[in-house]
Design a protein around this ligand. Structure first.
Ligand code: ATP
Ligand code: MG
Length: 726
């Protein structure tokens, strides 16, 4: 008996030491599936069932692969040469490079990124096939091709039900051809070509089957059609395939994942030994009870329930907390994080904030920067580093300061308006001749186009003139429009929404980020554009996490799969975010959203905070937000309802200081001149809404927000500045 087998419970041991052959481990979160898979590899090696190079272990992320390899070296106490622990994509890329002689590309292929894909598709749609880009939107075509590839369908097998499908199939065929000509593979191609390689070259497949005699796959519920095919092909011969998964945690349907692969596995490997794990080692029982209440909201019969039993006792209560808005939410997170770090001694690295969409990180990031709490984002660009945010900021900067050459260069051809390198050179030459910066030269062009005609080609002139007119219109309105209005105008003029928003999830997310930036802009109605741009520049420049420093982790719930943290904050638990507004009309998508919350909850080991903002910033003010429907089953004593208690209002986290002594407590934000104090019950008047009573007063982000019941019957939340006390 190997000593480390004692670190497992009897069921886990049974799975780890199951006789070689197909094994399926199905079990809930935190039950040790990943641990069992890791120990299985150790056992295969220790028992001499395999040499390291005979093993292929597949994880969901590269990070998980690294962690698994490290853990194995600790378990076995040796360096493991030749062991393959990787994601499907990494394994495929390696295989294709090695076997390129059998394939229509060379081993020096490059993996095409999103931009490459888009550029290529655009050329084909507009250039080669001369199609209307509105009907054959690049992003949607790209998504359709990706879906087909994930099903293992090449252009010839692309399902043709309508005329449109015929055309998309044609675009797909050309796209593949062009990729090959350029020795490019897109992300989905990695899987597609590998499966094809194995199907069309049995002798190659046989080699791989012989080499990888043991195949292990984590997170099996989130494999897609082609990944399943790959597993089947590789395992056909030896049938020594070990997969672990949990149907209730399948959250990647939108990317082609299909949890029914777990059932397919049982069908295709009828002799599989099935092991169920029943104990949860990660979380406290309080956390698991909340997770089950969310998941099993409708399933009353105990027989259908998979109980999650905690090994660790009940632990502190789960907190469900209503807060005023997203800002208050961020302040809450910061305050509790500082508290837990100081009083409970929990390292920040053991805490995570999770949200549904990347755009939600903005408010959090700013608050964490304000109080000096180090953090890092997983799997996402920091908000101000995101392309769409930088584009829109560049437009605003250019409108404010036409001399800003970097911004000009960034956006002069965004969305593409035919201003290429040659036209840009012509502009620079002309600007030099006029003794103006290129931006100023454009303003000149807008006013006196006739001065320009002799100097530029008609085509270049036309392209530049269009942009120049817009720029001039923005520039002259900088003083008169509020930042948010200027932003609206720019976005409308250039057609930015249509440019980023293309019906794909990714496009929606990009547009969400633009809207999020706009929300921030609304806060600068009084201070104006210069103050807004300064704020953006300052925040964007700060680097929060010095290398090696521990910080709070900010990530989407999707990215949190498989991970665990002692403290988890789930923020923005309101209708429209979780469930996402995109999912509410589709029952299956809705169930996936519920599972997503379940996955989020079950990441927590000790402390779980569920946060529900009552208001969200929207166009033109604050909007009432409804708590997520998934929270309905969560009533005391299942959760501690923090909102019913009197909260120490307006108490914000002090600046976080990692050093033990904390002498000077500086306020980071400048104070505003004080307003006449309003209290609930005060009578007020508003220029537009008339007279009413104050219901609630809340300080947030240096602003005083007042909820007023107007005599007209409307209830609004307004900035105190706009109210007069009667
Ligand atoms: P998920 O479904 O979220 O991926 P999982 O089933 O893969 O969860 P693991 O991550 O493997 O669960 O295990 C959860 C935690 O419990 C880990 O910290 C792991 O080390 C610990 N754990 C699992 N089994 C045992 C055990 N027998 N003894 C002690 N700790 C254990
Ligand atoms: Mg796991």
């Amino acid at each position: 008996m190997h000593p480390w087998l004692l670190e497992l419970n009897p069921q886990q041991q049974a799975a780890v030491t199951a006789r070689p052959g197909p094994v399926l481990v199905m079990a809930g979160p935190g039950s040790g599936k990943t641990r069992v898979l890791t120990y299985r590899v150790a056992w295969l090696l220790a028992e001499n069932h395999a040499q390291p190079w005979n093993i292929l272990a597949v994880t969901f992320t590269n990070k998980a692969a690294r962690e698994m390899a490290e853990r194995l070296e600790v378990l076995l106490g040796t360096r493991l040469r030749g062991l393959t622990v990787s994601t499907f994509h990494a394994f495929c890329a390696r295989t294709l490079r090695r076997e390129a002689q059998f394939l229509p590309f060379s081993s020096a292929f490059v993996i095409a990124d999103e931009d490459d894909q888009r550029r290529l598709l655009k050329q084909i749609i507009r250039g080669d096939l001369n199609l209307d880009e509105k009907s054959y939107n690049v992003h949607r075509v790209k998504a359709a091709i990706s879906r087909a590839k994930n099903e293992g369908l090449g252009p010839e097998a692309f399902p043709r039900r309508t005329y449109r499908d015929e055309v998309v199939a044609k675009i797909y065929a050309r796209y593949q051809q062009r990729l090959l000509e350029a020795n490019l593979l897109d992300f989905d191609d990695l899987l597609l070509w590998t499966v094809r390689l194995f199907q069309e070259h049995p002798q190659v497949l046989a080699r791989y089957q012989d080499l990888f005699r043991h195949l292990l796959v984590d997170e099996f519920q989130d494999t897609n059609g082609i990944q399943y095919q790959l597993v089947r092909l590789l395992a056909e011969q030896h049938r020594q395939v070990f997969v672990v998964g949990d149907m209730d945690q399948s959250i990647y349907r939108w990317r082609g994942a299909d949890y029914r692969n777990l059932m397919r596995f049982e069908r295709d490997f009828p002799d599989a030994q099935v092991v169920l794990l029943e104990e949860n080692y990660r979380s406290t029982q309080n956390i698991l009870d909340v997770a089950m209440a969310v998941l099993y909201h409708r399933r009353r019969r105990a027989a259908h329930r998979k109980q999650l039993r905690a090994r660790r006792g009940s632990g502190p209560p789960v907190v469900l907390q209503q807060v005023f808005n997203e800002q208050a939410e961020a302040e809450f997170v910061a305050r509790i994080a500082v508290d837990l770090a100081r009083r409970a001694g929990i390292p920040l690295g053991d805490m995570a904030v999770m949200y549904r969409t990347n755009a939600q990180s903005r408010v959090l990031e700013e608050e964490l920067l304000r109080v000096g709490l180090p953090y890092h984002l997983v799997g996402a660009q920091r908000f101000y580093g995101r392309r769409e945010v930088r584009d829109v900021v560049a437009f605003l900067r250019l409108a404010f300061n036409p001399d800003d050459l970097a911004s000009l260069e960034r956006v002069i051809n965004v969305p593409p308006r035919g201003i290429g390198a040659r036209t840009l050179q012509a502009l620079y030459r002309r600007a030099e001749a006029l003794g103006l910066s290129p931006g100023r030269a454009l303003l000149h062009l807008a006013e006196q186009p006739e001065d320009w005609t002799p100097h530029l080609s008609a085509r270049a002139l036309k392209a530049l003139y269009g942009f120049a007119q817009m720029l001039q219109a923005w520039h002259v309105r900088v003083a008169e429009l509020a930042p948010a209005q200027l932003l609206d105008r720019i976005v409308a003029d250039v057609g930015y929404e249509a440019y980023v928003r293309d019906g794909t999830d990714e496009g929606d997310e990009r547009w969400e980020n633009v809207k999020e930036l706009r929300r921030l802009a609304t806060e600068f109605e009084q201070q104006g554009l210069a103050a807004f741009l300064e704020r953006v520049a300052l925040v964007a420049d700060q680097d929060t996490l010095a290398p090696g420093e521990e910080g709070l982790t900010l990530l989407t719930i999707h990215a949190a799969k498989g991970l665990e943290f002692r403290v988890v904050f789930l923020v923005g638990l309101v209708e429209g975010l979780l469930p996402h507004s995109r999912s509410v009309d589709d029952p299956e998508a809705l169930e996936e959203e519920r599972r997503l919350l379940y996955v989020g909850i079950t990441r927590a080991k000790d402390y779980l905070f569920l946060l529900v903002p009552q208001y969200r910033m929207a166009y033109g003010g604050l909007d009432f937000a409804e708590p997520s429907r998934f929270l309905a089953p969560l009533k005391p004593p299942l959760v501690h309802d923090g909102s019913t208690q009197k909260q120490p209002r307006a108490k914000r986290a002090e600046r976080y200081d990692a050093r033990p002594h904390r002498g000077n407590r500086r306020e980071a934000a400048p104070r505003r001149p004080s307003m006449p104090r309003l209290r609930p019950g005060d009578r007020v008047v508003h220029a537009r809404w008339g007279e009413g009573f104050v219901l609630q007063v809340e300080r947030s982000h240096g602003d005083t927000l007042v909820q007023v019941a107007f005599d007209s019957g409307q209830v609004k939340v307004l900035l105190a500045e706009y109210l007069q006390k009667l």
